[in-house]
Design a protein around this ligand. Structure first.
Ligand code: ARG
Length: 495
């Protein structure tokens, strides 16, 4: 005869684990089996990466398609199941892209969203997709795929910015400007030569993103949570299907490595630093003090109080936002510093940093590429500035050197000459031959021919500002841009 106490116990059934191990709203978590209480909503909020990694959706599905195809082909899961999953994945992607399905904020990240959507569409068989995979190798793969594309996009944007620099340079071929050191007028140069300096910086940036892309092009899938997976998977085939050139060599490294994020952001930070220098040039040149250029109205702003103002805000913001990208670089480096192997949730912060860098650089390149060709140059004012301030003093010294005077003595003599001219309030070119000879008897009649254009023409070395050199460089640069555009076009058309 059971006691009353025992009867009550039986009615309650055997002692059970709580089954609400899931979200605050009762949605079960994929790890629900191990947990006995639901997640605090503040934790849900704090740990969610959805605000960032929604951008990985397309790449997540792509990687899953390659993975499940391999699972079916190798018989790790039945072929039919693999096909159902693949069809489901494609359908789910379409739904998300068409806006028929929205990312659910309560589902932590994009990976859980795709899997939940898949389960909703095709039922429990969806659960087989995650065979021989962990979110750790999954996210590492997705993010590499994304970053690889981001490199390509950035490289294309860099080329368009280079093209814009060339447009501006070609439209102002003959324009002479003062070249500066210490922000003091130093020697005259061609405006196009100055712009081509930025072309070179961006060309190096382009190479940097290309190298970053090549280095990140290894597939982590198959690394599992950290130790590899106990199934006869075909890593190379999956890697190949996803366009990776290789598979990662060590599973522990593969799930914890974010070097590719550092490489991307570091290339982006340096590109922004380059743009910030150009930005600073534009800010200076458009000031009344320089007045070398006029910014197009559509790319400047006014003041709410001073009606006369036209401000170079685009350039200023580019200069300012450089801080964001170098900040993103510090952020990812600090995230990785001292992080124990292998995966740690800290790594989730990688996306915010990369997206911030990518977006800031992309926005800056786009607006600069649109603005540059519309900049108007005051060539007369630039030329006047180029000729002023004894900017030809080095040419006078070089003249003496050609007459056999050691350079150091020539420098000294011309230094005194400049002092004399300054006292009299004239430029060197205004001095008579007699006056020149008082400082160095080697000066001859032809010294009077030292002028802006002769100065430019004389710098006829590879990389110099001689007009014929610069013209060649402009042609070479234009060819380079056309080649890079064609290569990008071809790459885009690849299957
Ligand atoms: N959202 C995560 C991230 O971006 C995905 C990986 C989660 N892995 C894990 N073991 N919790 O890093």
């Amino acid at each position: 005869m059971p006691t009353r106490k025992a009867k009550r116990k039986r009615a309650q059934g055997p002692p059970q684990r709580r089954t609400d191990a899931g979200l605050a709203d009762g949605t079960p978590k994929p790890w629900g089996g191990r947990f006995t209480s639901s997640m605090d909503p503040r934790v849900e909020q704090y740990t969610s990466s959805l605000a960032q990694d929604g951008r990985l959706l397309g790449h997540d599905v792509l990687a899953s398609l390659a993975h499940v195809e391999m699972l079916g082909r190798t018989g790790i899961i039945p072929q039919q199941d693999a096909e159902r999953i693949a069809r489901g994945l494609n359908a789910v992607l379409d739904e998300f892209v068409d806006g028929k399905r929205k990312l659910r904020q309560d589902l932590e990240d994009v990976h859980m969203n795709v899997e939940a959507a898949l389960t909703e569409r095709i039922g429990p068989v969806a659960g087989k997709l995650h065979t021989a995979r962990s979110r750790n190798d999954q996210v590492a793969t997705d993010f590499r795929l994304y970053a690889r594309d981001a490199c390509m996009r950035t490289m294309e944007a860099l080329v368009e910015m280079q093209a814009a620099l060339l447009d501006l340079a070609e439209a102002n071929r003959g324009v002479v400007m003062p070249g500066y050191t210490h922000l003091q007028r130093a020697q005259p140069i061609l405006f196009a030569h100055h712009l081509l300096a930025y072309f070179e910086m961006l060309a190096r940036d382009h190479v940097r993103f290309g190298l970053a892309r090549a280095m990140m092009n290894e597939c982590p899938l198959g690394s599992g949570a950290l130790a590899g997976v106990p199934y006869p998977i075909e890593r190379e085939a999956v890697a190949h299907a996803l366009g990776f050139s290789d598979v990662t060599a060590n599973s522990v490294d593969a799930v914890s490595d974010r070097d590719f994020v550092v490489d991307f952001i570091s290339a982006a930070a340096l590109a922004m630093v380059h743009l910030s220098r150009l930005a600073e040039d534009l800010v200076l040149w458009s000031s009344a003090e320089f007045a070398f250029v006029r910014l197009p109205d559509a790319f400047a702003t006014g003041s709410s109080i001073m009606p006369q103002k036209k401000n170079p805000d685009v350039a200023e913001l580019a200069r300012g936002r450089t801080g964001r990208v170098t900040g993103a670089l510090m952020s990812i480096l600090m995230t990785l510093k001292g992080l124990p192997l292998a995966y740690n949730r800290d790594l989730q912060e990688d996306k915010r940093a990369l997206f911030e860098a990518e977006d800031t650089l992309a926005d800056t390149l786009e607006v600069f590429a649109a603005m540059l060709p519309k900049i108007e140059v005051d060539r007369a004012r630039m030329r006047k500035a180029a000729a002023a301030g004894h900017s030809l003093a080095t040419d006078y010294a070089d003249y003496l050197v050609r007459q056999g005077v050691p350079f150091r003595s020539a420098h000294e003599a011309v230094g005194k000459l400049v002092g004399y001219a300054e006292e009299r309030g004239v430029e060197l070119g205004r001095l008579s031959l007699d006056e020149l000879r008082r400082f160095a008897p080697e000066f001859g009649e032809d010294a009077r021919r030292i002028a802006l254009m002769s100065s430019l023409r004389s710098r006829d070395v590879i990389g110099g500002t001689a007009p014929r050199r610069v013209a060649n460089e402009l042609r070479r640069a234009r060819r380079e841009v056309e080649q890079l555009r064609a290569m990008a076009e071809a790459a885009r058309e690849e299957p």
